[in-house]
Design a binder for this molecule. Structure first.
Ligand code: PMP
Length: 408
Protein backbone atom coordinates (compact mmCIF):
# COMPACT_ATOMS: atom_id res chain seq x y z
CA UNK A 1 0.00 0.00 0.00
CA UNK A 2 1.24 3.51 -0.83
CA UNK A 3 1.56 5.78 2.17
CA UNK A 4 3.71 8.51 0.63
CA UNK A 5 0.71 10.68 -0.31
CA UNK A 6 -0.96 11.65 2.93
CA UNK A 7 -3.37 14.07 1.24
CA UNK A 8 -4.48 13.05 -2.24
CA UNK A 9 -6.22 16.44 -2.65
CA UNK A 10 -3.12 18.51 -1.86
CA UNK A 11 -3.01 19.72 -5.48
CA UNK A 12 -6.10 21.82 -4.78
CA UNK A 13 -4.06 24.17 -2.59
CA UNK A 14 -1.52 24.57 -5.37
CA UNK A 15 -4.28 25.41 -7.85
CA UNK A 16 -5.82 27.95 -5.48
CA UNK A 17 -2.47 29.58 -4.83
CA UNK A 18 -1.89 29.84 -8.54
CA UNK A 19 -5.29 31.53 -9.00
CA UNK A 20 -4.51 33.98 -6.21
CA UNK A 21 -1.15 34.83 -7.77
CA UNK A 22 -2.88 35.55 -11.09
CA UNK A 23 -5.65 37.66 -9.48
CA UNK A 24 -8.27 35.19 -10.62
CA UNK A 25 -9.38 34.10 -7.17
CA UNK A 26 -12.50 35.73 -5.81
CA UNK A 27 -13.75 35.10 -2.29
CA UNK A 28 -17.51 35.01 -1.75
CA UNK A 29 -19.16 38.10 -0.40
CA UNK A 30 -21.78 37.32 2.25
CA UNK A 31 -25.07 39.16 2.48
CA UNK A 32 -26.84 39.38 5.83
CA UNK A 33 -29.94 41.22 4.60
CA UNK A 34 -32.54 40.70 1.91
CA UNK A 35 -31.52 41.34 -1.71
CA UNK A 36 -32.66 44.97 -1.61
CA UNK A 37 -31.37 48.04 -3.45
CA UNK A 38 -29.30 48.61 -0.30
CA UNK A 39 -27.96 45.37 1.18
CA UNK A 40 -25.76 44.48 4.12
CA UNK A 41 -22.80 42.67 2.65
CA UNK A 42 -19.73 41.63 4.64
CA UNK A 43 -21.00 43.82 7.45
CA UNK A 44 -21.31 46.97 5.34
CA UNK A 45 -24.41 48.69 3.95
CA UNK A 46 -23.92 49.07 0.23
CA UNK A 47 -25.93 50.08 -2.82
CA UNK A 48 -26.28 46.86 -4.76
CA UNK A 49 -25.59 46.92 -8.48
CA UNK A 50 -24.86 43.22 -8.65
CA UNK A 51 -28.10 41.27 -8.40
CA UNK A 52 -30.27 40.03 -11.27
CA UNK A 53 -33.31 41.26 -9.38
CA UNK A 54 -34.35 43.47 -12.32
CA UNK A 55 -37.83 44.31 -11.08
CA UNK A 56 -37.05 44.32 -7.36
CA UNK A 57 -39.27 41.31 -6.73
CA UNK A 58 -36.94 39.18 -4.53
CA UNK A 59 -38.15 41.06 -1.47
CA UNK A 60 -41.62 42.14 -2.61
CA UNK A 61 -44.14 41.85 0.26
CA UNK A 62 -46.66 40.05 -1.96
CA UNK A 63 -44.14 37.38 -2.97
CA UNK A 64 -43.12 36.86 0.64
CA UNK A 65 -46.74 36.52 1.71
CA UNK A 66 -47.46 34.05 -1.11
CA UNK A 67 -44.48 31.93 -0.05
CA UNK A 68 -45.57 31.88 3.60
CA UNK A 69 -49.14 31.00 2.69
CA UNK A 70 -47.91 28.17 0.42
CA UNK A 71 -45.91 26.67 3.27
CA UNK A 72 -48.99 26.76 5.50
CA UNK A 73 -51.17 25.11 2.92
CA UNK A 74 -48.83 22.70 1.11
CA UNK A 75 -45.83 22.24 3.41
CA UNK A 76 -42.13 22.96 3.13
CA UNK A 77 -41.08 20.47 0.46
CA UNK A 78 -42.59 18.59 -2.47
CA UNK A 79 -41.06 15.27 -1.45
CA UNK A 80 -40.38 13.70 -4.85
CA UNK A 81 -39.40 14.18 -8.46
CA UNK A 82 -42.25 15.27 -10.71
CA UNK A 83 -42.67 11.85 -12.36
CA UNK A 84 -43.12 10.02 -9.06
CA UNK A 85 -45.17 11.96 -6.53
CA UNK A 86 -43.81 15.48 -6.85
CA UNK A 87 -46.24 17.10 -9.29
CA UNK A 88 -48.62 19.33 -7.37
CA UNK A 89 -51.57 21.23 -8.79
CA UNK A 90 -49.63 24.46 -8.17
CA UNK A 91 -46.76 23.27 -10.42
CA UNK A 92 -49.24 22.75 -13.24
CA UNK A 93 -50.91 26.10 -12.55
CA UNK A 94 -47.58 27.95 -12.70
CA UNK A 95 -46.79 26.27 -16.03
CA UNK A 96 -50.15 27.26 -17.54
CA UNK A 97 -49.61 30.85 -16.38
CA UNK A 98 -46.08 30.95 -17.79
CA UNK A 99 -47.34 29.62 -21.13
CA UNK A 100 -49.92 32.43 -21.23
CA UNK A 101 -47.18 34.95 -20.34
CA UNK A 102 -44.82 33.71 -23.07
CA UNK A 103 -47.59 33.16 -25.63
CA UNK A 104 -46.71 29.50 -26.22
CA UNK A 105 -48.77 26.30 -26.20
CA UNK A 106 -47.05 24.85 -23.16
CA UNK A 107 -44.34 25.29 -20.54
CA UNK A 108 -42.39 22.84 -18.41
CA UNK A 109 -40.57 24.13 -15.34
CA UNK A 110 -37.16 22.98 -14.16
CA UNK A 111 -35.29 23.49 -10.90
CA UNK A 112 -33.21 26.29 -12.44
CA UNK A 113 -32.46 28.01 -15.71
CA UNK A 114 -29.25 26.00 -15.75
CA UNK A 115 -31.07 22.67 -15.58
CA UNK A 116 -33.62 23.86 -18.14
CA UNK A 117 -30.79 24.18 -20.67
CA UNK A 118 -29.01 20.99 -19.65
CA UNK A 119 -32.40 19.28 -19.76
CA UNK A 120 -33.80 20.44 -23.07
CA UNK A 121 -30.75 20.50 -25.35
CA UNK A 122 -29.61 16.86 -24.98
CA UNK A 123 -33.22 15.63 -24.89
CA UNK A 124 -34.15 16.94 -28.31
CA UNK A 125 -30.81 16.48 -30.10
CA UNK A 126 -28.77 13.37 -30.89
CA UNK A 127 -26.31 11.93 -33.38
CA UNK A 128 -28.50 12.74 -36.37
CA UNK A 129 -28.70 16.43 -35.50
CA UNK A 130 -26.53 19.53 -35.52
CA UNK A 131 -26.40 22.25 -32.86
CA UNK A 132 -25.27 25.69 -34.00
CA UNK A 133 -24.31 27.97 -31.13
CA UNK A 134 -23.35 31.64 -30.65
CA UNK A 135 -19.74 31.93 -29.43
CA UNK A 136 -20.80 33.78 -26.27
CA UNK A 137 -23.64 31.56 -25.13
CA UNK A 138 -24.12 30.93 -21.42
CA UNK A 139 -22.29 28.11 -19.62
CA UNK A 140 -25.53 26.15 -19.15
CA UNK A 141 -26.05 26.07 -22.92
CA UNK A 142 -22.48 24.90 -23.38
CA UNK A 143 -23.00 22.16 -20.80
CA UNK A 144 -26.29 21.21 -22.44
CA UNK A 145 -24.44 20.80 -25.75
CA UNK A 146 -21.73 18.73 -24.05
CA UNK A 147 -24.40 16.36 -22.79
CA UNK A 148 -25.80 15.91 -26.29
CA UNK A 149 -24.55 13.38 -28.80
CA UNK A 150 -25.09 15.92 -31.58
CA UNK A 151 -22.09 17.50 -33.30
CA UNK A 152 -21.91 21.26 -32.83
CA UNK A 153 -20.70 24.32 -34.66
CA UNK A 154 -20.02 27.69 -33.12
CA UNK A 155 -20.61 30.94 -35.03
CA UNK A 156 -18.98 34.31 -34.30
CA UNK A 157 -20.93 36.23 -31.69
CA UNK A 158 -24.17 37.76 -32.96
CA UNK A 159 -22.96 37.40 -36.54
CA UNK A 160 -25.88 36.37 -38.76
CA UNK A 161 -23.60 36.13 -41.81
CA UNK A 162 -21.35 33.66 -39.99
CA UNK A 163 -24.42 31.69 -38.89
CA UNK A 164 -25.64 31.55 -42.47
CA UNK A 165 -22.28 30.22 -43.66
CA UNK A 166 -22.52 27.37 -41.12
CA UNK A 167 -26.10 26.60 -42.17
CA UNK A 168 -25.27 26.66 -45.89
CA UNK A 169 -22.39 24.26 -45.34
CA UNK A 170 -24.50 21.95 -43.18
CA UNK A 171 -27.21 22.01 -45.83
CA UNK A 172 -24.78 21.20 -48.62
CA UNK A 173 -22.74 18.51 -46.90
CA UNK A 174 -25.31 16.88 -44.61
CA UNK A 175 -24.28 14.62 -41.78
CA UNK A 176 -20.55 13.88 -41.37
CA UNK A 177 -21.19 10.11 -41.50
CA UNK A 178 -22.69 10.49 -44.97
CA UNK A 179 -26.13 9.44 -43.74
CA UNK A 180 -27.91 12.28 -45.54
CA UNK A 181 -29.40 15.51 -44.21
CA UNK A 182 -29.57 16.35 -40.52
CA UNK A 183 -32.82 15.44 -38.76
CA UNK A 184 -32.75 18.72 -36.84
CA UNK A 185 -30.52 21.75 -36.99
CA UNK A 186 -30.94 23.64 -33.73
CA UNK A 187 -29.67 27.20 -33.51
CA UNK A 188 -29.10 28.20 -29.90
CA UNK A 189 -28.58 31.74 -28.64
CA UNK A 190 -28.91 33.80 -25.51
CA UNK A 191 -31.64 36.43 -25.99
CA UNK A 192 -29.62 38.94 -23.97
CA UNK A 193 -25.95 38.16 -23.42
CA UNK A 194 -25.32 38.08 -19.72
CA UNK A 195 -21.79 39.53 -19.59
CA UNK A 196 -22.18 42.24 -22.25
CA UNK A 197 -25.86 43.13 -22.12
CA UNK A 198 -26.30 43.09 -25.90
CA UNK A 199 -29.42 41.65 -27.54
CA UNK A 200 -29.18 38.74 -30.00
CA UNK A 201 -30.03 39.73 -33.59
CA UNK A 202 -33.11 37.50 -33.48
CA UNK A 203 -34.91 38.75 -36.61
CA UNK A 204 -31.85 37.88 -38.73
CA UNK A 205 -31.34 34.57 -36.93
CA UNK A 206 -34.97 33.56 -37.44
CA UNK A 207 -34.91 34.59 -41.07
CA UNK A 208 -31.88 32.43 -41.95
CA UNK A 209 -33.19 29.61 -39.76
CA UNK A 210 -36.42 29.55 -41.74
CA UNK A 211 -34.53 29.58 -45.02
CA UNK A 212 -32.59 26.45 -44.00
CA UNK A 213 -35.40 24.71 -42.11
CA UNK A 214 -33.61 25.04 -38.76
CA UNK A 215 -35.24 25.51 -35.35
CA UNK A 216 -34.28 28.32 -32.96
CA UNK A 217 -33.84 28.06 -29.19
CA UNK A 218 -33.56 31.37 -27.33
CA UNK A 219 -32.37 31.45 -23.75
CA UNK A 220 -34.15 34.51 -22.40
CA UNK A 221 -32.79 34.38 -18.86
CA UNK A 222 -31.95 38.09 -19.07
CA UNK A 223 -34.67 38.97 -21.58
CA UNK A 224 -37.77 37.91 -19.67
CA UNK A 225 -39.05 40.63 -17.38
CA UNK A 226 -36.85 43.11 -19.21
CA UNK A 227 -37.69 43.11 -22.94
CA UNK A 228 -41.01 42.96 -24.76
CA UNK A 229 -44.50 43.93 -23.64
CA UNK A 230 -44.55 43.76 -19.88
CA UNK A 231 -41.33 41.75 -19.94
CA UNK A 232 -42.53 38.96 -22.21
CA UNK A 233 -38.99 38.62 -23.55
CA UNK A 234 -36.90 39.00 -26.68
CA UNK A 235 -39.27 37.05 -28.95
CA UNK A 236 -42.06 39.46 -28.06
CA UNK A 237 -39.68 42.44 -28.30
CA UNK A 238 -38.96 41.59 -31.94
CA UNK A 239 -42.53 40.46 -32.77
CA UNK A 240 -41.38 36.91 -33.56
CA UNK A 241 -44.16 34.89 -31.92
CA UNK A 242 -44.64 31.51 -33.57
CA UNK A 243 -41.25 31.68 -35.30
CA UNK A 244 -39.00 30.66 -32.38
CA UNK A 245 -39.58 27.01 -31.50
CA UNK A 246 -38.15 27.03 -27.98
CA UNK A 247 -37.80 29.72 -25.34
CA UNK A 248 -35.86 28.96 -22.19
CA UNK A 249 -36.41 31.20 -19.22
CA UNK A 250 -35.43 31.57 -15.62
CA UNK A 251 -37.54 32.32 -12.57
CA UNK A 252 -34.41 33.39 -10.67
CA UNK A 253 -33.80 36.82 -12.15
CA UNK A 254 -36.63 39.25 -13.03
CA UNK A 255 -39.19 36.87 -11.49
CA UNK A 256 -37.17 37.11 -8.29
CA UNK A 257 -37.41 33.56 -6.98
CA UNK A 258 -35.81 30.36 -8.32
CA UNK A 259 -36.25 28.02 -11.24
CA UNK A 260 -36.20 27.72 -15.00
CA UNK A 261 -38.62 26.76 -17.73
CA UNK A 262 -38.88 25.66 -21.32
CA UNK A 263 -41.70 27.20 -23.37
CA UNK A 264 -42.83 25.75 -26.69
CA UNK A 265 -45.25 23.19 -28.12
CA UNK A 266 -47.26 20.52 -26.31
CA UNK A 267 -45.07 17.86 -27.96
CA UNK A 268 -41.92 19.54 -26.66
CA UNK A 269 -43.32 19.61 -23.11
CA UNK A 270 -44.42 15.98 -23.36
CA UNK A 271 -41.06 14.70 -24.58
CA UNK A 272 -39.26 16.64 -21.82
CA UNK A 273 -41.53 15.05 -19.21
CA UNK A 274 -40.56 11.63 -20.54
CA UNK A 275 -36.85 12.19 -21.09
CA UNK A 276 -35.26 15.34 -19.65
CA UNK A 277 -32.89 14.11 -16.99
CA UNK A 278 -33.01 16.99 -14.46
CA UNK A 279 -36.81 16.73 -14.62
CA UNK A 280 -36.79 12.95 -14.16
CA UNK A 281 -34.09 12.67 -11.54
CA UNK A 282 -34.24 15.76 -9.35
CA UNK A 283 -36.98 16.83 -6.92
CA UNK A 284 -39.53 19.45 -7.93
CA UNK A 285 -39.80 22.97 -6.53
CA UNK A 286 -41.08 23.36 -2.99
CA UNK A 287 -44.50 25.03 -2.69
CA UNK A 288 -43.10 28.35 -1.42
CA UNK A 289 -41.06 28.77 -4.60
CA UNK A 290 -43.95 27.91 -6.88
CA UNK A 291 -46.44 30.21 -5.22
CA UNK A 292 -43.95 33.09 -5.01
CA UNK A 293 -43.32 32.71 -8.76
CA UNK A 294 -47.06 32.77 -9.48
CA UNK A 295 -47.44 35.91 -7.42
CA UNK A 296 -44.49 37.47 -9.24
CA UNK A 297 -46.28 37.00 -12.57
CA UNK A 298 -49.34 38.77 -11.17
CA UNK A 299 -47.22 41.61 -9.78
CA UNK A 300 -45.46 42.00 -13.14
CA UNK A 301 -48.84 42.30 -14.80
CA UNK A 302 -50.20 44.84 -12.32
CA UNK A 303 -47.16 46.95 -11.38
CA UNK A 304 -46.06 47.94 -14.86
CA UNK A 305 -44.19 50.91 -13.39
CA UNK A 306 -41.43 48.45 -12.43
CA UNK A 307 -40.29 47.69 -15.98
CA UNK A 308 -40.64 51.35 -16.92
CA UNK A 309 -38.55 52.40 -13.94
CA UNK A 310 -35.98 49.71 -14.78
CA UNK A 311 -35.46 51.17 -18.24
CA UNK A 312 -35.47 54.83 -17.19
CA UNK A 313 -32.82 54.13 -14.56
CA UNK A 314 -30.78 51.90 -16.85
CA UNK A 315 -30.70 54.49 -19.64
CA UNK A 316 -29.67 57.22 -17.25
CA UNK A 317 -27.00 55.10 -15.54
CA UNK A 318 -25.48 54.04 -18.87
CA UNK A 319 -25.44 57.56 -20.27
CA UNK A 320 -23.74 58.91 -17.14
CA UNK A 321 -21.08 56.17 -17.09
CA UNK A 322 -20.29 56.79 -20.76
CA UNK A 323 -20.15 60.56 -20.13
CA UNK A 324 -17.64 59.97 -17.32
CA UNK A 325 -15.47 58.17 -19.87
CA UNK A 326 -15.93 54.52 -18.92
CA UNK A 327 -15.92 51.80 -21.57
CA UNK A 328 -19.40 50.27 -21.29
CA UNK A 329 -19.00 47.99 -24.29
CA UNK A 330 -21.96 47.17 -26.51
CA UNK A 331 -24.70 46.91 -23.90
CA UNK A 332 -28.30 47.69 -24.90
CA UNK A 333 -30.06 46.49 -21.74
CA UNK A 334 -29.94 47.09 -17.97
CA UNK A 335 -26.81 44.90 -17.84
CA UNK A 336 -23.95 47.40 -18.07
CA UNK A 337 -20.38 46.13 -18.11
CA UNK A 338 -17.59 48.55 -17.23
CA UNK A 339 -14.65 47.08 -19.07
CA UNK A 340 -11.33 47.63 -17.37
CA UNK A 341 -9.09 45.06 -19.10
CA UNK A 342 -6.80 43.60 -16.51
CA UNK A 343 -8.24 41.35 -13.78
CA UNK A 344 -6.14 42.91 -11.02
CA UNK A 345 -7.48 46.37 -11.94
CA UNK A 346 -11.07 45.09 -12.07
CA UNK A 347 -10.80 43.47 -8.63
CA UNK A 348 -9.19 46.61 -7.18
CA UNK A 349 -11.90 48.82 -8.72
CA UNK A 350 -14.64 46.64 -7.23
CA UNK A 351 -12.97 46.61 -3.81
CA UNK A 352 -12.56 50.38 -3.70
CA UNK A 353 -16.17 50.93 -4.74
CA UNK A 354 -17.22 48.56 -2.00
CA UNK A 355 -15.31 50.65 0.54
CA UNK A 356 -17.21 53.65 -0.84
CA UNK A 357 -20.55 51.89 -0.29
CA UNK A 358 -21.24 50.49 -3.78
CA UNK A 359 -21.38 46.80 -4.59
CA UNK A 360 -20.39 46.15 -8.21
CA UNK A 361 -18.81 42.74 -8.69
CA UNK A 362 -15.79 42.13 -10.83
CA UNK A 363 -15.98 39.48 -13.52
CA UNK A 364 -12.73 37.92 -14.62
CA UNK A 365 -11.41 34.99 -16.66
CA UNK A 366 -12.75 32.37 -17.39
CA UNK A 367 -16.19 34.03 -17.36
CA UNK A 368 -14.86 36.69 -19.76
CA UNK A 369 -11.65 36.71 -21.87
CA UNK A 370 -8.42 37.36 -19.91
CA UNK A 371 -7.97 40.91 -21.19
CA UNK A 372 -11.62 41.92 -20.78
CA UNK A 373 -12.02 41.85 -17.02
CA UNK A 374 -14.83 44.13 -15.95
CA UNK A 375 -17.32 45.20 -13.41
CA UNK A 376 -20.76 44.00 -14.30
CA UNK A 377 -23.60 46.15 -13.09
CA UNK A 378 -27.35 45.75 -13.22
CA UNK A 379 -29.58 48.64 -12.33
CA UNK A 380 -32.85 47.40 -10.81
CA UNK A 381 -36.29 48.95 -10.54
CA UNK A 382 -35.83 49.08 -6.77
CA UNK A 383 -33.03 51.68 -6.93
CA UNK A 384 -34.08 55.29 -6.36
CA UNK A 385 -32.58 58.29 -8.13
CA UNK A 386 -30.72 59.07 -4.95
CA UNK A 387 -29.14 55.60 -4.92
CA UNK A 388 -28.10 56.06 -8.54
CA UNK A 389 -26.60 59.50 -7.86
CA UNK A 390 -24.58 58.14 -4.94
CA UNK A 391 -23.40 55.18 -7.00
CA UNK A 392 -22.39 57.38 -9.94
CA UNK A 393 -20.51 59.71 -7.60
CA UNK A 394 -18.53 56.77 -6.27
CA UNK A 395 -17.77 55.54 -9.80
CA UNK A 396 -16.47 58.97 -10.77
CA UNK A 397 -14.33 59.35 -7.65
CA UNK A 398 -12.83 55.85 -7.66
CA UNK A 399 -12.47 55.80 -11.44
CA UNK A 400 -10.33 58.95 -11.28
CA UNK A 401 -8.38 57.75 -8.27
CA UNK A 402 -7.42 54.54 -10.11
CA UNK A 403 -6.70 56.35 -13.35
CA UNK A 404 -9.48 54.51 -15.21
CA UNK A 405 -11.01 57.77 -16.41
CA UNK A 406 -9.45 61.17 -16.89
CA UNK A 407 -9.81 63.97 -14.36
CA UNK A 408 -12.47 66.55 -15.20
N1 PMP B 1 -28.96 31.25 -18.96
C1 PMP B 1 -28.40 32.45 -18.87
C2 PMP B 1 -28.17 33.23 -20.13
C3 PMP B 1 -28.01 32.97 -17.62
O1 PMP B 1 -27.43 34.17 -17.53
C4 PMP B 1 -28.24 32.20 -16.47
C5 PMP B 1 -27.87 32.68 -15.07
N2 PMP B 1 -26.63 33.22 -14.92
C6 PMP B 1 -28.84 30.95 -16.61
C7 PMP B 1 -29.20 30.51 -17.86
C8 PMP B 1 -29.09 30.09 -15.41
O2 PMP B 1 -30.23 30.50 -14.74
P1 PMP B 1 -30.45 30.06 -13.23
O3 PMP B 1 -29.69 31.01 -12.38
O4 PMP B 1 -31.92 30.14 -13.05
O5 PMP B 1 -29.95 28.66 -13.11
Amino acid sequence: MRTDRPDPLAFLDAELNDMRARHLYRPLRVMASEQGPVATIDGREVISLSSNDYLGLTHHPRLKAAAVEAVREYGAGSGAVRTIAGTMSIHEALEAELAAFKGTEAVLTFQSGFTANTGVIPTITGEADLIVSDALNHASIIDGMRLSKAPRRVYAHANVGALETVLAEADERGRPDGAGPYRLILIVTDGVFSMDGDIAPLPGIVEVAERYGAAVLVDDAHGSGVLGRNGRGSVDHFGLHGRVAIQVGTLSKAVGVLGGYVAGSHALRDILIQRARPFLFSTSHPPAVVEACREALRVMDEETWRIERLWTSARRFKAELARLGFDIGRSETPITPIIVGDSEAAIRFSERLFEEGVFATSVVFPTVPLDQARLRTIVTAALTDEHLDRALDAFARVGRELGLIGAR
